[in-house]
Design a protein around this ligand. Sequence first.
Ligand SMILES: [Zn+2]
Length: 358
Amino acid sequence: MINVGLTFNENHHLHDSKLNGFPCPENPSRLKGILDYLESSDLVDGERCCFYSSEPASLKDILRVHDVRYIDHLKACTKDSALSPGNDVYVCPSSLDVALQALGCVLNSGDLVARGKCTHSFALVRPPGHHAASEASSGFCLFNNSGILARYLQKTYGLERIAIFNIDAHASDGTYSVFEDDPDVLCISVHQDQSTLYPHKGFIRDIGVRPALGLCINMEMPPEASNPEYGIFYDEIVEKVLEKFNPQLVILECGFDAYHKEPLTRLNLTINGYYRIIFKLASKWNVVSLLEGGYHDDLGLLTSVVIRALLGMDNVKDDVDLIDLLASRHAGTRKDFDKNLSNLKMRLESYWGPWNHI
Ligand SMILES: [Zn+2]
């Protein structure tokens, strides 16, 4: 039987920019909305889908990825509001405790799957992590949750092949920087064209460095890309590369800002788009999903869609008329996508090709 374990950091509301006197899209209402939605649905039935409580992570866990001076700087920032933690990041007095609790949930989600207690898991945590590099925070991220989890799984369970797959609309630049030269960790990120969106890193040409050349994959989606383009990218690149790499576990950086209602980005995935990617992924691999971005009102709905896909259930009805949604998009979107996909295949040909047997 497929079962899914959920974790969430109960103290997340103590990380809130309003405590510093200004608003931010990355705020407690995101996770509150998700938890409220799940509570009102019958998905978390205590049998196939359960919440698990988690202990906070330790500094030792963080030090597998982050520099001690960086952690000290963040600590100092929590005590002195005149210090800056980084670009587009805030901290408040309890932020480190919140981040440690979030990381504890992330590691526990990894344990649940690595020990075989759950088939898949989903850590519903904030702050997000995929922009955080070893010595720098940015983009609402303090610590690199997926990187710390991958190092933990290597150390604790001896995993030799881990894949990290980012579907957040923003490039997973922090994760890339941690693993760009690590041949044991495959990083795939599909995100909006980086000439059009923060963090302006993660271009198609960025494929890792020796001895991990070809093991970092960055696909740039043109603005307005939607379910069809994501479907082609998944089928032609992700599935093939994962089959060849054969990971023992997949960490999904699950951002909901590639959604058509997202105000901060220009992608057009619908709930069917998310569902299909995750259903296909979870049908072949054990998935530990980590919440990343997403700053609109449908985070609860999308979380439930991810859980349904992980459980192998049917999706709820997608109310979006895709033809309608795509009718207004720029005529060049599909052409730009085809060009980007050809470019990506060419750059990865010697590592993962040939591509024509798909
Ligand atoms: Zn994002």
